[in-house]
Design a protein around this ligand. Structure first.
Ligand code: SF4
Ligand code: SF4
Ligand code: SF4
Length: 492
């Protein structure tokens, strides 16, 4: 018997080529989660999910999930709008993105929403805290005024400032800081708070109500266990009390929930329903926990992503929402944020994407809409206003844009001053961490942190690349900013 053919055939069979179990989608740049060196990163699609895969020469391979719905991720590309160049830049192009923040002249978008972190102190000690609140700095009034002036120089007509921390309500001059932002004509001033002081301090709430900032209120769920895990204590009663007091004080409030796998993904539907029912609550924002600063142990392959929240809302709200009600935000990179808007009138709840084909207006690849009907340009401008990081729920501006988007044929039946109470916003923002950091996204970031030296640093770069640590160290070491005046005083 001639065995050579058999051996040859067997060998040939053993060497049959195999298909990879993924689709190579694109190459981008990222950082090593260990040493923060800038490295190449591959975006791959596998089993209808999207992963970032990268290798640091020193620390080896890393893989993290960036979207649990590849179809949604890939389809979002068409929502990528041309950026708007800011009036001024603060740094030069030198070492390449993301080491030149910023903004440097290579940045592709202006800043829609600027944050000022006024302190590092807090009256809570959450196990999950991207700011790693604790001992550090407390900005002076003079520093904040100069930062606001710089924002006006850079933007000309800045739209939104959000005061954050630490816990901004315990800064002794926070009310003056809010006033200073308003004095500069900044139309929307927000305060990002855990609500502890609001729940306990009558005098403070009274003074806050006179200034009428929009309250960006940390509210993670409706179960005590959720707060025990994410905040380290059962805060549910305190949160409900703060919410009630905000409404009594006439302050518009947006609920902001940090979402973590195995903790509160199953509460996202209830959080939307709760928000829809609360007078004075004009939106719910979901932020998958950002694994920077302090966080509970996590598996990068099991992170919560935007589609997890969308699917959760759809599945947990008894058919009130469908996947198509959620549309990527074009001003930033469209994989960063997804929004929806709802008209609410008693039992009637109608998402705006049911009233018109939003894709037709916000598809920038085919530019299908402009100009066809006489009011198409107005509708697109209104939708761009709503689908922007600068859109603030509960304002007459947002209500006007909603009415305009519905077109002249559909009168929603309210003056803008009342209509604003019938428009509810749902936003889902997936801030990046060192595992998921994508230079492509951060180059078009429209959310910036103002720092006292005049820079504006894109939020995800600030948290992931090392800017937060650098700036905290510098500010903490400055004698005039190391004041202990804002030491946490429970319920102060
Ligand atoms: S994120 Fe923007 S500002 Fe920062 S280095 Fe990159 S392009 Fe420049
Ligand atoms: S309330 Fe906010 S700033 Fe304070 S510890 Fe918790 S997450 Fe950090
Ligand atoms: S903050 Fe992060 S997630 Fe948001 S727009 Fe900027 S880069 Fe994207």
């Amino acid at each position: 018997m001639d065995t050579s053919k058999t051996v040859g055939a067997a060998t040939k069979t053993a060497r049959v080529k195999q298909d990879a179990d993924f689709i190579f989608h694109e190459l981008t740049r990222s950082i090593c989660p260990e040493c923060k060196t800038v490295i190449d990163a591959q975006i791959i699609l596998r089993n209808n999910k999207v992963y970032m895969r990268k290798r640091c020469p020193e620390h080896g391979w890393f893989e993290a999930i960036i979207s649990s719905d590849a179809e949604m991720y890939v389809n979002s590309v068409k929502f990528n709008k041309p950026g708007t160049i800011p009036l001024e830049f603060s740094t030069e192009v030198k070492d390449g993105c993301p080491l030149d923040c910023g903004l440097c002249p290579e940045h592709k978008q202006h800043i829609c929403l600027a944050l000022i972190e006024v302190n590092t102190a807090c009256n809570l000690n959450c196990p999950v805290c991207f700011a790693n609140a604790g001992i550090g700095f407390s900005l002076t009034m003079d520093q904040v005024e100069r930062m606001l002036d710089r924002f006006v120089e850079i933007e000309g007509d800045p739209e939104v400032v959000q005061f954050s921390g630490g816990e901004p309500t315990i800064h002794p001059q926070i009310l003056d800081m809010i006033q200073a932002a308003k004095d500069r004509g900044i139309s929307q001033v927000m305060i990002n708070t855990n609500g502890v002081r609001i729940a306990r301090d009558d005098k403070f709430l009274e003074e806050l109500a006179k200034l009428k900032p929009v309250i960006y209120f940390q509210f993670d769920g409706l179960r005590p266990e959720t707060y025990l895990t994410i905040r380290g204590e059962d805060l549910l009663d305190l949160k409900l009390r703060a919410l009630d007091r905000l409404h009594q004080a006439g302050l518009d409030t947006v609920l902001v929930a940090a979402i973590e796998r195995g903790v509160n993904v199953d509460e996202v539907g209830a959080l939307v329903e709760f928000g829809l029912q609360q007078p004075g609550v004009c939106g719910t924002v979901f932020q998958p926990v950002t694994h920077v600063g302090r966080h509970i142990p996590f598996d990068p392959l099991e992170r919560v992503t935007i589609p997890d929240v969308i699917h959760g809302i759809v599945e947990q709200t008894n058919g009130r929402f469908v996947l198509e009600d959620f549309v990527p935000v074009p001003c930033c990179f469209p994989t960063c944020q997804v929004n929806s808007y709802v008209f609410v009138d008693g039992e009637t709840v109608v998402p705006l994407p049911r009233m018109l084909d939003i894709d037709q207006y916000l598809d920038y690849i085919t530019n299908r809409a402009i100009p066809k009907a006489p009011n198409d340009a107005d509708v697109r401008a209104a939708l761009e206003g709503l689908w922007s990081a600068s859109a603030v729920a509960g304002t007459e501006k947002t209500a006007g844009q909603f009415q305009c988007a519905c077109g002249p044929g559909m009168d929603l039946g309210y003056e803008l001053s009342h209509l604003k109470n019938h428009i509810f916003q749902i936003a889902i923002k997936d801030f990046m961490d060192p595992y998921t950091f994508n230079v492509k996204q951060v180059m078009k970031c429209c959310v910036g942190i103002l720092v006292p030296d005049g820079r504006v640093i894109p939020f995800c770069a600030y948290n992931s690349v090392g800017y937060r640590e650098e700036i905290r160290e510098k500010l903490t070491m400055q004698p005039k900013t190391a004041s202990l005046a804002s030491r946490p005083t429970q319920g102060s």
